[in-house]
Design a protein around this ligand. Sequence first.
Ligand SMILES: NC(=O)c1ccc[n+]([C@@H]2O[C@H](COP(=O)([O-])OP(=O)(O)OC[C@H]3O[C@@H](n4cnc5c(N)ncnc54)[C@H](O)[C@@H]3O)[C@@H](O)[C@H]2O)c1
Length: 362
Amino acid sequence: MLFCKTSTSLMKEIKANNYSIYFSSSGYRELDLFIKANNYSQIFIHLDDNTKKHCLEVFLKQIQKFNFKKILSKPGEKNKNIQSCVQLWDKLSLLSGDRKSLILNLGGGVVGDMGGFIASTFKRGIDYINIPTTLLSMVDASIGGKTGIDLGILKNQIGTFYDPKMVIVDPLYLETLNKNELISGYAEIFKHSIISSSEIFDKLISTNTDINFNNLQTIRDSIKIKNEIVLVDKKENKERKALNFGHTLGHAIESYFLDSKTRLLHGEAIAIGIVLASHISSKLFGFSSQKLNSIKSHILSIYNKVLFNKNDIDRIIKLLVHDKKNSHGKINFILIKDIGKPVYDIEVDNNLIIEAFKYYSI
Ligand SMILES: NC(=O)c1ccc[n+]([C@@H]2O[C@H](COP(=O)([O-])OP(=O)(O)OC[C@H]3O[C@@H](n4cnc5c(N)ncnc54)[C@H](O)[C@@H]3O)[C@@H](O)[C@H]2O)c1
């Protein structure tokens, strides 16, 4: 058994803006109390086909019995769109959802982002809770109150800031998660360390291929980093932008491959974005080349190298104009001077981006 010895300090909740993040059994206890204390007219469990199959029973075994109705989405990023939302709003309406309804999002980032979005808009906003079932959604998507959907191939173009009532993180769900998805989530854990903690960065780098992806301590450390940043700057005016390190190019790469046969998972695209942003950081801010090389070799020890030709790179650069961090027609990058020292809103010349792709590719 992987998770039988969980220390009390690991289980202690993390306080977020207006809600708390609970771990494993303490989370289910809090959920039981929360449901008892709030007289919800309806409780909906939002799932996708995979979490219905793998996670619903696990979840129901952990909590006291309550009446609920299921609302189902199709899995995957390609379904994180307005058509899926219309179906979910219809379903809520058909099942007599009202303003005093609660949605429990039991799934990965797609279920959470979309479930949070429909909760924030249905009847001008109803309560929701995130129970993330992928590594990525545990350490990133379920935390911080960003909800949203894609617009065509463009990521997260429509959305709201709308906090959940609580988040319950239980690595138990990771046992059925496909290895590639697990590895994909790790990119955000690694990114969190780069933007904020040389201690955790050194620890992760030193483990190299020996990483235990579903280790609760690592998950908790990573959530803590994201949460602390969101507490300082919820609406992404400055500090929260650091969470986008590797994402400017990462999102463009992800969008580019959404339309092609070689699909890349979110974290796989972000991992490439991290190497590219670190390279640009070394050129513009003197980020240590030794650390840059460690980042690249750490990433390539985990993720397969993706081949880009000139046409791919040109088209990826074109997609950058849609990045949500842009303003006044400028493409803004988050870079680093050192581990834990991000710099914000940096314009980067296309030639430097092309050079970064070359560095990644050799
Ligand atoms: N809101 C935010 O702040 C934020 C931050 C980061 C990422 N995101 C978003 O998160 C999304 C990616 O999330 P994701 O990586 O969790 O992808 P996902 O939700 O698509 O889940 C990945 C796959 O795993 C399946 N799955 C989920 N849990 C499972 C389990 N326990 N066992 C077996 N299969 C399971 C899903 O059905 C899906 O097929 C992207 O849309 C990204 O934009 C949002």
